[in-house]
Design a protein around this ligand. Structure first.
Ligand code: NDP
Length: 298
């Protein structure tokens, strides 16, 4: 039997861990705020580990899902750290939307101990995590991915090997930069149309059967902006981080990418203005402030 540990019971980690709890994987969970892990363990009849080391001890696959790669790196060392528990031959699968440079450093450190590493960010949002239909984009050795694939299939529907270590992180960052760009540019476009006298609901009806459509136009704006619901599912702070990674990777690769750099700056400004807890779609409220137009239906 494969034994699995899951660390990081946040907005997306919790529904991912729920699927693992239902599978026969001897799941143990750890969370920085211990009460969250204790409640989860009691509800799902799995083991609550007191430290990252205790979670990793005896686990074949350890899954982490934190805000940034440096959170994972900071939990490696020390008597209570992951390395104190991880056995030779085990694999750390990092589902954080991380950055390639830190992932490479983590992989090198783990390899010194004979421990495998895959960067494996996910997409599909909280709803996809609840449905067990996430896309998992993986960087690292293809053979290692094949070994852990059955575990990833517990919460993922589409699992794609993207390349060497860091490739999963890079694909995720570029995907989310596109999400950010679509959110921002659609807000500008609909504010312009609203000012020109067009109902945003009518504009979206046209755009969604035309070439300008996107997830933002088909789902996020109709469900969250026009309704003014703005539910909190994915923090703007995390999207700011993702666009920043995409811009950083472009710079590291020597690729001129002015739109990525500009989007990174815009999202950093919106994040500073709206704070740590704002949802990513709330960036539209910031564009509304800049334009003086509220994107509301007639
Ligand atoms: P949340 O902010 O909801 O949760 C973060 C989790 O990480 C919490 O369990 C938190 O613990 C823990 N944590 C934060 N900082 C540290 C630290 N320094 N050391 C240890 N644990 C820490 O984030 P999400 O669950 O939304 O996102 C997690 C990752 O998944 C991010 O990289 C994000 O970009 C990505 N992602 C999120 C999606 C979403 O829809 N939410 C979709 C796709 C990817 P505590 O309980 O103590 O605060």
């Amino acid at each position: 039997m494969t034994t699995v540990a899951f660390l990081g019971l946040g907005a997306i980690g919790t529904p991912m861990a729920k699927h693992l709890a239902r599978a026969d994987l001897g799941l143990r969970v750890w969370n920085r705020t211990a009460a969250r892990a204790a409640t989860f363990a009691a509800e799902h009849k799995v083991t609550h580990a007191a430290t990252p080391a205790a979670a990793a001890r005896g686990a074949d696959v350890v899954i982490t899902c934190f805000p940034v790669s440096s959170d994972v790196e900071s939990l490696l060392e020390g008597a209570e750290g992951l390395l104190a528990g991880l056995a030779k031959g085990a694999t750390l699968v990092d589902c954080t939307s991380g950055d390639p440079a830190t992932s490479k450093r983590i992989a090198t450190r783990l390899a010194e101990r004979g421990i495998g590493y895959l960067d494996a960010p996910v997409s599909g949002g909280v709803l996809g995590a609840e449905a067990g239909t996430l896309t998992v984009m993986v960087g690292g050795e293809a053979a290692l991915l094949e070994r852990v694939r059955p575990v990833l299939e517990v919460f993922g529907k589409k699992i794609v090997h993207c390349g060497a270590i860091g490739a999963g992180d890079a694909v995720k960052a570029v995907n989310n930069a596109l999400l950010a760009l679509h959110l921002w540019s659609l807000a500008e476009g609909l504010a312009t149309l609203r000012k020109a006298g067009v109902d945003p609901a009518v504009a979206l009806d046209v755009i969604n059967t035309s070439s300008g459509r996107s997830n933002a136009s088909m789902n996020l704006f109709p469900e969250r902006v026009l309704t003014r619901a703005f539910p909190r599912t994915f923090r703007l702070a995390l999207l700011d981080k993702d666009v920043g990674i995409a811009a950083q990777v472009a710079r590291e690769q020597g690729v001129p990418a002015p739109t990525l750099q500009l989007t990174a700056d815009l999202f950093r400004a919106a994040h500073i203005a709206l704070g740590e807890e704002a949802d990513h779609v709330e960036v539209v409220k910031w564009v509304e402030q800049l334009t003086g137009v509220t994107i509301e239906k007639d």
